[in-house]
Ligand binder design. Sequence first.
Ligand SMILES: Cc1ncc(COP(=O)(O)O)c(C=O)c1O
Length: 452
Amino acid sequence: MAASINRRGFIGSAAVTGASACLATSVVPGTTEASVSAASVSAASGAGAAAAASEKAVVEWPVWNETDEKALLDVLNSGKWGRSAAARRLPEFEATFAAKMRARHCIATASGTTALLTVMGALGIGPGDEVILPPYTFVATFNAITSSYALPVFVDSDAESFQIDPKKIDSAVTSATKLLLPVHIGGSPADLDAIMAVARERKLPVIEDACQAPLAEWRGQPVGTIGLAGCFSFQASKNLTSGEGGAILTNDETFANQCYNFHTPGGGRPAPSSGRGANYRLTEFQAGLLLSQWTRFAEQSGQRDTNAAYLTKLLEEIPGISPARLTAGCTRSGWHLYMLRYDRTQFANLSRAGFLKELGRQGISASGGYSSLNNSNHVRALAGNPHYIRIYGKEVMENWVERNQCPVNDLLCEEAVWFTQTRLLGPADGMDRIADVIRDIQKRSGDLAKAE
Ligand SMILES: Cc1ncc(COP(=O)(O)O)c(C=O)c1O
């Protein structure tokens, strides 16, 4: 067990590395949590002690203690390690998560991706169907759609909130659209009023990709429970984690049974079948760990709320720094990421890479977040995929890249700056330090820009 103890007495590991790296498709070298070690920063001229102090303000992730150790050993010694009639932790975690998130049903899955694959399978999404998603998301949202050979259709982002632009959804719907798949990116809710209104009008189901958003709320209701279902991830960087893991929440009993049956061979719950299925089960070890991680989740989330609100107050006063706006009905963010836009014109034209580098030099690790997903090699490759050409035709696939251009999102990807959730778990003066360092960079931006 690792031995560093943060101020609330938790014992944590030094495994911050995955947090930013897994999430960001473009992380500016030298600015990840992992690469800005206190030692490397103190070697940099001028920034030394303060930089080392800044890094200490980041709580190491994940956090665990002997409760978690016992939870894992209890499963080991039970000899019941997987989903079976004898499993205890899986149903207990599902009941706990469903109750806290005020959903009738929860199905634990192996990951957020397999939660998404399961709902796609249960909905019968397949070749010929179109699914609407935002471009400002992790590639897994896209992969879940293409795993079913459905056609992903990107709807541009709203630059201020970083969320899918609800005004652009309706015009992307066609007779082939079978699903709206909004993402609550960064843990903050997408505009669910507007999304649900389009869904009602067009008679389409909504699955919320809430992988980053446990405990986020829309008008007081936990996200992931407003559409037909919500999918969550407990991957290593997530605010609630078991290394890998996921869950589906829904209030629809038949759909819950369909998901259950899809995710475990021979599920056997009463529900119509499509003849397809998989093994996407969580283990008892992960469920046990999630239950013990759960005991500190509320406190950690409260800490993030307080720090994020304070950081926003500080940053809003700095010209050229625009924290991501929370959508109008957001009553709580899950604060998986703290996202903002950086306007270089207010920093003597210092590039974002230069800004991130200087932040890192002063011990504030940050990244540039996602790069343009719809223009990535991975996504563009779909246009040449022989199965897709066979299903949709060459012309449709040739036009698909053009149809999916998202100019607002392209700009957002160039301007975004992220802090990870671990920084929001540090003390409040860590927020002051972020604002102080940014103000200092702004003052020196002329010189910094000249040196680029
Ligand atoms: C928005 C989003 N969707 C889907 C996923 C996939 O979750 P997982 O990594 O657990 O498969 C993630 C997490 O990494 C995510 O951030």
